[in-house]
Ligand binder design. Structure first.
Ligand code: CP
Length: 307
């Protein structure tokens, strides 16, 4: 049973904790499917989003989840808050504690920032993406979408293609998928793989045409040009030619394979538009499942803890 104060990553979650989140998300997804717009799960709770980086999906999804469950929500952006006047992350967090906030959902460009915040505040902290480290609720919604489609993760062939080096989504997926028995292959040019990749329990491929063969799940990743130094690949056209996911590549995967992408998608770069909008694309399904997963995480972290 999930008894933690915070959700900071999937690396240190147990299989039982992962399964509890996924099964709770299934109940939350049923609520969404019934078009229920208000539940009492978070009545009387205050949830704040504290984003030091831009977001469309994660922030809106958390706010939607919290509002459906009856929480009071507030939204703080680094660009429009007292952070611009020099306030530290810890001071901001302590002020949110003083405002009786129960949950702080934080996104930060520095890996480890949510961990620092969690140590210094009474509120539960949820990591909504920290640097290149982890994005746990994104991976949970990815895994939920795979489980919804295939029933079990055990033995599922998952190819994660693209900018692995800078991807917190890839890291969280690798930790979670490995624990649940999936067979993960990462595919990228050597310059877009982290140096520790051999210790992460995945297969490594440099050839997308080869490793996509028979995959059940193909996950494209955004090329994170904002986190890269120049010269990691010759040109975006060349990157697209070797690592872009298009219909002829996707046809090599299993006939029942699904295409995932965390968004935002760089159309024509890591994904062609025909596959992004095609029948195998579960990208928008991921977004709806994200609300269910975040409802589950908010509920599990805020319910009274058994001793
Ligand atoms: N997947 C994801 O984190 O998207 P946003 O940056 O829009 O939140």
């Amino acid at each position: 049973m999930l008894k933690r104060k915070d959700l900071l990553g999937l690396k240190d979650l147990t299989v039982e904790e992962l399964e509890e989140i996924l099964s709770t998300a299934e109940q939350m997804r049923k609520i969404l499917d019934q078009n229920v717009k208000k539940t009492p799960h978070l009545q009387g709770k205050s949830v704040a989003t504290l984003f030091y980086e831009n977001s469309t999906r994660t922030r809106t999804s958390f706010e939607t989840a919290a509002k459906i469950m009856g929480a009071n929500t507030s939204s703080i952006s680094a660009q429009t808050s007292s952070v611009t006047k020099g306030e530290t992350l810890i001071d901001t967090g302590k002020n949110l504690d003083a405002l009786l906030t129960d949950v702080i959902i934080v996104r930060h460009s520095m890996s480890g920032a949510p961990h620092l915040l969690a140590k210094n505040v009474k509120a539960s902290v949820i990591n909504a993406g920290d640097g290149t480290n982890e994005h746990p609720t994104q991976a949970l919604l990815d895994i939920y979408t795979m489980k919804e489609k295939f029933g079990s993760l055990n033995g599922l062939k998952v190819v994660i293609a693209g900018d692995i080096k800078h991807s917190r989504v890839a890291r969280s997926n690798i930790w979670g998928l490995n624990k649940l028995g999936a067979c993960v292959t990462v595919c990228a040019p050597k310059t877009l793989l982290p140096s520790c990749i051999d210790e992460m329990g995945v297969s490594v491929s440099y050839n997308l045409d080869d490793c996509i063969r028979d995959a059940n799940v193909v996950m494209g990743l955004r090329l994170q040009l904002e986190r890269q130094q120049a010269g990691l690949f010759p040109s975006v056209a060349e990157y697209n030619a070797y690592y872009g996911i298009n219909s002829s590549r996707l046809m090599r995967a299993d006939g029942n394979a699904i295409l995932l992408h965390p968004g935002p998608v760089n159309r024509g770069l890591e994904l062609s538009s025909d596959v992004a909008d095609g029948e195998q694309s579960y990208i928008l399904r991921q977004v709806t499942n994200g609300v269910a997963v975040r409802m589950a995480v908010l509920f599990l972290l805020t319910r009274p803890k058994e001793k």
